[in-house]
Design a protein around this ligand. Structure first.
Ligand code: NAD
Ligand code: TYD
Length: 349
């Protein structure tokens, strides 16, 4: 029996995680604390918003007094910490927002949990959700292991690396009950269309250019979001305190090959002539400090906790495209208003 605080539960991964925990564990109480930034959207949780074991609280993880009150009010036994500023391009234009939420916010949450739990750490879990980007950039060979030295290179990854370090410092200094996972790039429903896959799906639907940074040769390791939250569930319940687990799909794609596969599938689904969407591909100025390649070795998770990804990429991509085509209202809603301002500034159109 748990009362769990999920932070950032209205975002992309957080909403899938919240849905999984609310539906799979009716005996757990789930409190979702989210600031509802541009990336947070309660529409992502429509299907569970009235569940008896679910509560939403609007608030900021940097607000220590609010966090203290929540720990007193709800007596949390677990924390699943997803809230973050998550987009690399935004971190290049506004690094302080990332340091504030990702570093100060995570430290505030740790402090509130430490005070709330007051040394009673039995059956308590503080689970910090992080990214493979903390490990830096790979060349053409090799993988990120849990033992790979941190080498973050963007303000986003540096802020996530800092937060990982602070979480580990609480474990080593206070024997605070932490778990950490570092995951590769996720994709799937409810992904905000500033990230590569949903941005391209949106632009293909609207016949707009598909902006590829540099030569499109950068490599990412893509994992379906439901596989990620299944891994988090496994680690939360079976992983060891103080341990870090890498999560990844063994599914590497160059950006250009991925976008071409997306174009191929979307031409078929939209009944467009083969090759139509590929004509929208436009090479644009590269991202500053663009990491060449990410690739996760998730052997520890497989060997110790028996987790493997369930979906092949082509199938996951097809499910994702279908979701966006069937949820145009969601897409129209999140791409109205401030999205246009962001887009014009980022892509100079
Ligand atoms: P997201 O940007 O879609 O969602 C972030 C959520 O956090 C939003 O709901 C937002 O409103 C909320 N939030 C932001 N600042 C907040 C604050 N100060 N207080 C309270 N809530 C706040 O992000 P995501 O893609 O779902 O990522 C979730 C977590 O997973 C992040 O920690 C990210 O670093 C990590 N991660 C993401 C990926 C990926 O591919 N998206 C991969 C690995 C790890
Ligand atoms: P993104 O989805 O932003 O994730 P991350 O930077 O965290 O890996 O980007 C994925 C890859 O796609 C990355 O190499 C940058 C590239 N990219 C483009 O080529 N064009 C775009 O418009 C965007 C948003 C990303």
């Amino acid at each position: 029996m748990h009362t769990i605080l999920i932070t950032g539960g209205a975002g992309f991964i957080g909403s899938h995680l919240t849905r999984l925990f609310v539906t799979k564990y009716p005996n757990y109480k789930i409190v979702n604390l989210d600031k509802l930034t541009y990336a947070g959207n309660l529409e992502n949780l429509k299907d569970v918003e009235n569940a008896p074991n679910y509560t939403f609280v609007k608030g900021d993880i940097t607000d220590l007094s609010l966090l203290r009150e929540l720990f007193v009010q709800y007596k949390f036994t677990g924390v699943l910490h997803c809230a973050a500023e998550s987009h690399v391009d935004r971190s290049i234009t506004d690094p302080l927002a990332f340091i504030n939420t990702n570093v100060v916010g995570t430290a505030s949450l740790l402090q509130a949990a430490k005070e709330g739990w007051n040394g009673q750490y039995d059956e308590k879990i503080f689970y910090h959700i992080s990214t493979d980007e903390v490990y830096g950039s790979l060349g053409k060979e090799g993988f990120f292991y849990e033992t790979t030295a941190y080498d973050p290179r963007s303000p986003y990854s540096a802020s996530k690396a800092s937060s990982d370090h602070i979480v580990r410092a609480f474990y080593h200094t206070y024997h605070f009950p932490v778990k950490i996972s570092n995951c590769s790039n996720n994709y799937g429903p409810f992904h905000f269309p500033e990230k590569l896959i949903p941005l391209c799906i949106h632009n293909i639907i609207n016949n707009k250019p598909l902006p590829i940074y540099g030569k499109g040769e950068n490599v990412r390791d893509w994992l379906y979001v439901e596989d990620h939250v299944r891994a988090i569930d496994t680690i939360f319940h079976k992983g060891k305190i103080g341990e870090t687990y890498n999560i990844g799909g063994h599914n590497e794609w160059t950006n250009i090959d991925l976008v071409k596969e997306l174009c191929r599938q979307m031409d078929e689904k939209l009944g467009r002539e083969k090759g139509t969407s590929e004509k929208l591909i436009t090479y644009v100025t590269d991202r500053a400090g663009h990491d060449l390649r990410y690739a996760i070795d998730a052997t520890k998770l497989k060997n110790e906790l028996d987790w493997l990804p369930s979906l092949q990429f082509e199938e996951g991509l097809s499910k994702t495209i279908d979701w966006y085509l069937n949820n145009k209202e969601w897409l129209d809603e999140v791409t109205s208003g401030n999205y246009q301002k962001y887009y014009n500034k980022q892509y100079g159109v």
